[in-house]
Design a protein around this ligand. Structure first.
Ligand code: SF4
Ligand code: SF4
Length: 431
């Protein structure tokens, strides 16, 4: 089950950049063009709040999962862990056999067969690292385009990919689970994330002790199988929530095998609370715990806010800045403002926008000149300058309302406002 879920994560991770919804990427962050896509929708390039919500949502989800099930993330979904467990270990087994055969191979003298296997393994690890790096950079550019072009604006992305490949190779060849125990910051946050109600992998002391074989002993026969399979080399019997435990459940699987062979009940190593492992009776079903409640409440707020923003996202977004020296100029009977208007096409289809004043704008205001925008692709932004003038005799300030319309689609409209600057005011604002 664990391996199935892990494999599903890997396939999803590699496949997501290739998936499109109505022609738009399901998820992509094109930093080099400023185009961002999520769930097949275009996100405003400058929307910092969306990025903050995304990061906050991910952090709170991790906090909630950790407070309920400990380091479930490490065992089932961490890219580094899956890279090592499903990729590196599998290749190692393929080239050099299971653990005993590998130990034997390490002790044998140099031979053609030994070095062929070693070279095969290192070559495969290099290929795996390159594939992983490509999987990462495919989230930042069209993967099909990446495969065709390595120069131009994609050159820097390929350079980042090469760096990721080198780091991944070092991880595959040298670090592996040492990364989890020495470099990963998440492991060090566990004390803040879990509480006495968190269900984690652990060893049942009341049932297992005293260890050994014999009528007077507990269920643990001290066979050391759980220690031998542990990728980080720890003994689960030394306590729940050890810093080095990456929740891989290998000790659990192997101990279940031992218990089955001995004809004893499974669960000597299992998921349970700290109290459960000490033999303290645990409440069944739902019971209130402040830590998960706080994480869940904060996550609900962030998700709700994100969903609201997502649903209310406009099809076209505009920002406007008054670039007239001193705020305005006077020409004959009129006062003029020169505006720089930047629009972003968030509609998901190409569009050519034009600008007009909305009927709410005072009739004394008119657009003297607006340089046209070209066709904007989904996610693309462009700037133009707009000269707006107003009768000098009328009130000096006025709120000017603009309407953006797409030539190709009458339903594709957007609105924005700017405060016309006269002798009494020089500010500009968006609605
Ligand atoms: S695998 Fe089970 S029985 Fe063997 S040492 Fe570990 S806990 Fe004890
Ligand atoms: S103690 Fe068990 S679950 Fe933890 S890392 Fe070792 S084998 Fe995996």
């Amino acid at each position: 089950m664990r391996h199935l879920l892990a494999a599903l994560f890997v396939v999803t991770f590699m496949a997501l950049p290739w998936i499109r919804v109505e022609g738009l990427p399901f998820v992509r962050f094109e930093l080099h063009t400023g185009h961002y896509f999520l769930l097949g929708k275009v996100l405003p390039a400058s929307s910092l709040i969306n990025v903050v919500l995304l990061v906050l949502g991910a952090a709170l989800s991790l906090g909630l999962v950790s407070s309920l099930w400990g380091r479930l993330w490490c065992g089932y979904a961490c890219p580094q862990g899956l890279f090592v467990d499903l990729g590196v270990r599998a290749l190692e087994r393929f080239w050099e056999g299971p653990a005993l055969a590998r130990a034997r191979l390490a002790r044998t003298r140099s031979s053609f067969s030994k070095w062929t296997r070693r070279a095969g393994l290192q070559g495969s690890l290099l290929f795996l690292s390159a594939a992983f790096a490509f999987g990462v950079i495919a989230y930042f550019a069209d993967p099909a385009l990446l495969l065709q072009a390595r120069g131009g604006s994609l050159a820097s992305l390929w350079a980042v990919g090469a760096l990721i490949a080198v780091l991944a190779y070092v991880d595959a060849a040298v670090l592996r689970h040492r990364f989890c125990t020495t470099l990963c910051p998440y492991a060090r946050l566990q004390a803040l994330l879990v509480d006495e109600g968190t269900r984690q992998i652990g060893y049942d002391f009341t049932r297992g002790e005293p260890r050994g074989r014999g009528a007077e002993k507990g269920d643990c026969i001290d066979c050391q199988a759980c220690v031998r399979v542990c990728p980080t080399g720890i003994d689960i019997r030394q306590g729940v929530g050890q810093l080095e435990c990456v929740n891989c459940a290998r000790c659990l699987d192997v101990c279940e095998g031992v218990m089955t062979t001995l004809g004893r009940p499974k669960g000597l190593i299992r998921y349970d609370t700290e109290g459960g492992f000490q033999g303290v009776p645990q409440k069944r079903g739902f019971h209130f715990r402040p830590r998960p409640f706080l994480y869940a409440s904060a996550l609900a707020l962030v998700l709700g806010g994100g969903a609201f923003r997502f649903a209310a996202m406009p099809s076209v977004q505009a920002s406007v800045v008054n670039i007239t020296p001193n705020g305005f100029v006077r020409e004959g009977t009129r006062v003029k403002n020169l505006l720089r208007v930047r629009i972003s096409n968030l509609s998901g289809r190409p569009a050519t926008f034009s600008l007009r004043l909305s009927p709410e704008t005072p009739p004394t205001v008119r657009i003297d000149y607006a340089s046209p925008w070209g066709v904007l692709l989904p996610g693309e932004s462009a700037e133009t300058t707009v000269l707006v003038s107003k009768e000098a005799l009328a009130a000096q300030t006025a709120l000017v309302h603009f309407v953006l319309e797409a030539r190709e689609d009458a339903t594709l409209v957007g609105q924005f406002s700017a405060l016309f600057s006269g002798p009494a005011s020089s500010s500009t604002r968006m609605r």
